[in-house]
Design a protein around this ligand. Structure first.
Ligand code: GAR
Length: 189
């Protein structure tokens, strides 16, 4: 059974979807750790309720990114984590984690990559006036939102509400991410 760590910074709806897919057997894996860089984020309470261990930290308590990532790496090793799933983790991951977990870090992004990289993808897509939106699951590489694509799904939307696009996209994310993780697990086996 693959041992997953999910990294999140906010609501944690994708964390919850992944953890549920594991517990009901749709995903041949177990979430053994949730990592969060915002102590007050709703995802922290979600993990607690689901009985999933978490490592929660404030980046400002550390000297540098590599010092907190070194600590995260220790937590991952201690629990023998096989695969890292970034799920709304709003930080760039450095070589400290990328090297030991090469080919084993995934991310979900709310656009059809390579369009609209970065932290405001939905807003940028709306501003551009696109009519087809989407979601991408990809491998994480040193360059932001640029690793090899694992899965993508699109949807049409006409309007100007970022909130509506986020909601439509998240419904898709909650199905697509567990499916994409299973695909990666099958390839790693
Ligand atoms: C997700 O919609 C994800 O696509 C997005 O953050 C949201 C987190 O929601 N990620 C990015 O924008 C990455 N650049 P969640 O905390 O409810 O899973």
């Amino acid at each position: 059974m693959m041992r997953l760590a999910v990294f999140a910074s906010g609501e944690g709806s994708n964390f919850e979807a992944i953890a549920k897919a594991c517990s009901d057997g749709r995903l041949d894996a177990r979430v053994v750790l949730m990592v969060c860089d915002r102590p007050g984020a709703p995802v922290v309470e979600k993990a607690r309720r689901m009985g999933i261990e978490s490592f929660v930290f404030s980046p400002r308590d550390y000297e540098s990114k590599s010092s907190y990532e070194t600590e995260i790496l220790g937590e991952l090793k201690r629990r023998e984590v096989d695969l890292i799933c970034l799920a709304g983790y709003m930080r760039i991951v450095s070589e400290v984690l990328l090297r030991p977990y090469e080919g084993r870090i995934l991310n979900i992004h709310p656009s059809l990559l390579p369009s609209f990289k970065g932290a405001h993808a939905v807003e940028q897509a709306l501003e551009y006036g696109v009519k087809v939106f989407g979601v991408t699951v990809h491998y994480v590489s040193a360059e932001l939102d640029s690793g090899r694509i694992i899965a993508q799904r699109s949807f049409e939307y006409e309007g100007d509400s970022a909130q509506q696009v986020h909601a439509l996209g998240q419904k898709i994310e909650h199905e697509l991410y567990p499916e994409a993780i299973q695909k990666v697990i099958n390839e790693l086996k």
